[in-house]
Design a protein around this ligand. Structure first.
Ligand code: FMN
Length: 179
């Protein structure tokens, strides 16, 4: 089965999922790279909205994530949501870095290429393809609440711990076709 037989493209307005469930309760695989070399990590939090008049998603990534390095190189990436039965495989993607190139060979998920050449997984139920718009390392002075200041102070002890805000224009949204 090719990609179009498995997935159907929808518009942002057709997303049925509750947006706060997507970023507040669910977690998602963030994948960058192309068929010959790609890497995934797990993300949670962030959000969906409009930026420069484009549907956009944002996430918070620690500076030392290998996936982030690949996003900067490729400037495109996918966010993939899975049915609950794949929780274990997802947690595996969030358990160690793929910098040594072994994680993606070991994970029990089947990679699939979108028509644009980005990578997601056959098992995904919802896929966002994104184009990198902005990668920002916020300044401590940008924060006003004590909780945010405390979080950033803790996170900014080492440069590798910096939390980067990643904004990506949503170029395509795909949902799994009913089997
Ligand atoms: C449930 C869950 C949520 C996570 N959320 C984030 C996140 O939002 N940002 C982040 O930088 N790391 C997050 N992580 C940690 C990364 O997924 C993890 O460090 C991963 O191994 C990084 O892989 P990489 O170095 O191959 O990119 C999360 C991990 C789990 C298990």
């Amino acid at each position: 089965m090719n990609f179009d037989q498995r997935f159907k493209q929808i518009s942002p307005e057709e997303i049925h999922d509750n947006v706060f469930t997507l970023v507040g309760k669910d977690f998602f695989a963030i994948t960058a790279g192309k068929k010959d070399h790609y890497n995934s990590m797990i993300g949670s939090g962030g959000g969906f909205g409009m930026l420069f008049k484009k549907p956009t998603t944002w996430c918070l990534l620690r500076a030392d994530r290998y996936t982030l390095e690949m996003i900067e190189k490729e400037q495109t990436y996918t966010l993939s949501y899975f049915p609950n039965e794949y929780k274990e495989q997802m947690l595996f993607l969030g358990s160690k870095s793929g910098r040594d190139n072994k994680k993606m060979k070991e994970v029990e998920l089947t990679d699939i290429q979108t028509p644009c050449g980005n990578i997601s997984f056959e098992e995904a139920r919802l896929i966002f393809e994104c184009r990198l718009t902005q990668l920002t390392t916020p300044n401590l002075d940008d924060f006003y609440t004590q909780e945010a200041k405390d979080y950033l102070n803790e996170a900014y002890k080492e440069a590798s711990d910096y939390r980067k805000y990643l904004f990506g224009e949503i170029t395509h949204i795909w949902v799994k076709r009913q089997e």
